[in-house]
Design a binder for this molecule. Sequence first.
Ligand code: PLP
Length: 241
Amino acid sequence: MTERLSDERGFAAVGESLKRIREEIAEAAIKSGRQPSDIQLMAVTKTVEPEYINYVIENGVDLIGENKVQEFLSKKEFLKLDSCKAHIIGHLQTNKVRKIVGLVDTIQSVDSIKLAKEISLRSVSAGVTTNILAEVNIGEEEGKTGISKNEVEELICACAELPGIKVKGLMAIPPFSEDANKTRVFFSNMNQLFIDISAKKLDNINMEVLSMGMSGDYREAILEGSNLVRVGTALFGGRKY
Ligand SMILES: *Cc1c(COP(=O)(O)O)cnc(C)c1O
């Protein structure tokens, strides 16, 4: 397990951050014509020790996100996950799928049919259903994970045919910008894609989740339609790898 940074936040500081983040989520939800409860807060827990993760769970956080299968597996036994779901949000190699299926509710980072097929196969043999989100490379950035916007529908329609998995929506990590307002256009494009695909009412596809927005831009993401924000640094403090 990694050590905390020297600017480590104590439990009290994490508690304060959680309160502030919830207030800001509520405010952005209302501004976007929705209820605070319409927006899910995910605590992104990469490099965060189980004590801190359990602290936010005890304070009502019911969704955590981990990037790496190995890290999740090494922490899992210490986590109080009875009232909390876990999602995988990082790039997933097909050879890791077997280890994680059945332990997480959703894999948010599905960007190929090959990966979807493996999740399907392993879910069926484990006797579980795994929810998936299609990860979209909305900035069309080279070398970045996620499927191109033009290929999303094809991917999710192919996924809808597979047993053991359920398509629940879309996820994106837009190009990084210091200025969250610059990111808004990508959030807006994602929202439009989400609306367009939802409107088609495709068989076996439940467009429920639009996962976008991180520490620096979750307010803007909500204003543009996100209903699941993934927040790490703003909650737990800086990460050390
Ligand atoms: C790390 C990570 C986050 C959280 O980023 P912060 O800026 O620390 O809030 C969200 N989503 C994904 C996919 C991540 O890898």
